[in-house]
Write a protein that binds this ligand. Structure first.
Ligand code: FAD
Length: 468
């Protein structure tokens, strides 16, 4: 510390304005604290600016572009053309509507927003850089939510032109003719879905033998089939090596090939921003992946709370937002703990994927029962012209629902019911006897429960344990 350096005293400081940070600031203000939020780029963080929101907006655009192909047999003939400049304007508008809303909420709650990059200089003090100026703040409590950044491949450095990250790809003003996505996790799969529907030739290069590592194999197979139907080339068990004059050199079990690529997007995972904010200097424990050790109350050290992508668990916006409330409550003297039974995971592919709790293959190993209700038997799926996929419900020995997994059109919208059922410890009978509106995809949830209860209606009776 420079002698004579004066630090402003703050009450509750929040670092990072993403879905973790801005929610923590709002809760802190609601609980009567004087809150200051420091954000180095844009309020809304990765999710609103370059992640969840623009990617889903682009997928909607892509669905609209692909509509003529989908409805050709329905007696509707249409053609579409894509104006990428207008698409970009649309995406920017969606983002700015939402980030503007966050700004307004923070302002109405009386949260002071400071622009700048914060770094711990001591456990109770940060230095904030903004342009040429440096300010210092001390705080009573801090909630750190600085999120994560993309992992780079040393031999394929992002240059922002030909080799890009997901943010640059989402906001590129030209549609690439040949797009290679390096990484077949959920971000790679969603981008592949969008760009294939918009008209790019898309290839996914994935080092593992399946897409969506960590998801059920059956799910990964259905998603792979969906991508192939869209014309996406899947190079599983392949590694991107380097860019050569003929294209991107990719190595697989049968040797190397050079893929034509006018755009290469590297989406091989994300790394927590614990180093860049100096959390080690603040005296907290950080593992080799950069994740910060926290207790059930999201406390990393005295008066230091850490949430969102910086901590263990799925790096998802809704996890960050849920942790934000716990951290803010505890910082304000509450006794909350972060102890969700399940955290839903969704892939906005085509078909979409919903994964909550114990999956059917884990269920089999644990001797639990599950029932799969196919959308081919759903009236609503028929009317939508999309009968691919299923809803699968897993129950434990006492008949309590412990898992819901679905693949199919619009299954992301079933997440709420699935999570609520598991959090409320609903039984198979609860679901089976809950009257669901007809015709809706949600009925499939009830139908799977009816199957599990041994009285299926729209599918034939089958023996127990991964039925149908
Ligand atoms: P972030 O959202 O990363 O926010 C951190 C904020 O901190 C940023 O604004 C950053 O500028 C700021 N910051 C960083 N360092 C400093 C510093 N030193 N000083 C001041 N400010 C700092 N999740 C979902 O749940 N659903 C999805 O559909 C989904 N889709 C995604 C699609 C893509 C393409 C990507 C990349 C991510 C997606 N995610 C999705 C993940 C989601 O965006 C993150 O899990 C979520 O944003 C994490 O929230 P956070 O608050 O922890 O951090």
């Amino acid at each position: 510390m420079v002698v004579g350096e004066v630090a402003e005293s703050l009450d509750l400081l929040v670092i990072g304005g993403g879905p973790g940070g801005y929610a923590a600031a709002l809760h802190g203000a609601r609980l009567g604290r004087t809150v200051t939020l420091i954000e180095k780029e844009h309020l809304g963080g990765v999710c609103l600016n370059v992640g969840c929101i623009p990617s889903k907006a682009l997928l909607e655009v892509a669905d609209a572009a692909a509509l003529p192909g989908r409805v050709a047999d329905w007696g509707v003939a249409a053609t579409t053309s894509i104006d990428m400049a207008q698409v970009q304007n649309h995406l920017q508008q969606v983002v700015s509507d939402l980030t503007g809303g966050v700004m307004q909420l923070l302002s109405q709650a009386g949260v002071q927003v400071v622009s700048g990059t914060a770094r711990f200089s001591r456990p109770n003090r940060v230095a904030v850089e903004h342009g040429d100026s440096l300010s210092h703040f001390e705080f009573a409590d801090v909630i750190v939510a600085t999120g994560s950044r993309p992992i780079d491949l040393p031999d394929l450095p992002v240059d922002g032109q030909r080799v890009v990250g997901s943010a640059e790809l989402l906001f590129s003003s030209e549609l690439p003719e040949n797009l290679v996505l390096v990484g077949g996790g959920y971000i790679g799969v969603e981008l592949a879905t969008a760009f294939a529907k918009l008209g790019s030739h898309v290839t996914i290069v994935e080092a593992e033998k399946q897409l969506l590592t960590g998801f059920d194999k059956r799910v990964a197979r259905l998603v792979a089939r969906g991508l192939e139907k869209l014309g996406v080339t899947l190079l599983l068990n392949h590694r991107a090596q380097k860019l050569e004059s003929e294209g991107l050199l990719v190595a697989g079990p049968e040797g190397s090939v050079a893929l034509p690529a006018d755009k290469i997007c590297v989406v091989v995972g994300r790394r927590p921003n614990s180093d860049t904010v100096g959390l080690r200097e603040a005296g907290v424990l950080i593992n080799s992946q950069g994740l910060v050790a926290v207790d059930a109350q999201r406390r990393a050290a005295d008066h230091i709370f850490v949430i969102g992508d910086l901590t263990e668990g799925p790096a998802l916006a809704h996890k960050a937002t849920a942790e934000a409330e716990v951290a803010a409550e505890v910082a304000c003297g509450g006794a909350e703990v972060f102890d969700p039974t399940v955290i839903p995971m969704i892939v906005f592919s085509d078909p979409q994927v919903l994964s909550v709790g114990v999956d059917p293959s884990q269920a089999k190993k644990q001797g639990l029962e599950s029932f799969r209700f196919p959308f081919a038997a759903s009236g609503r799926a028929r009317t939508m012209g999309d009968t691919e996929g299923y809803v699968s419900v897993v129950a434990d020995g006492a008949g309590t629902v412990v898992g819901v997994h679905a693949v199919g059109s619009h299954v992301a919208e079933l997440a709420g019911e699935a999570v609520l059922a598991i959090e409320m410890a609903a039984t198979v009978e609860d679901l089976a006897r809950t009257i669901h509106a007809h015709p809706t995809l949600g009925e499939s949830f009830m139908e799977a429960a009816l199957g599990l209860a041994g009285r299926p209606v729209h599918v034939s009776r089958v023996s127990k344990n991964e039925k149908s």
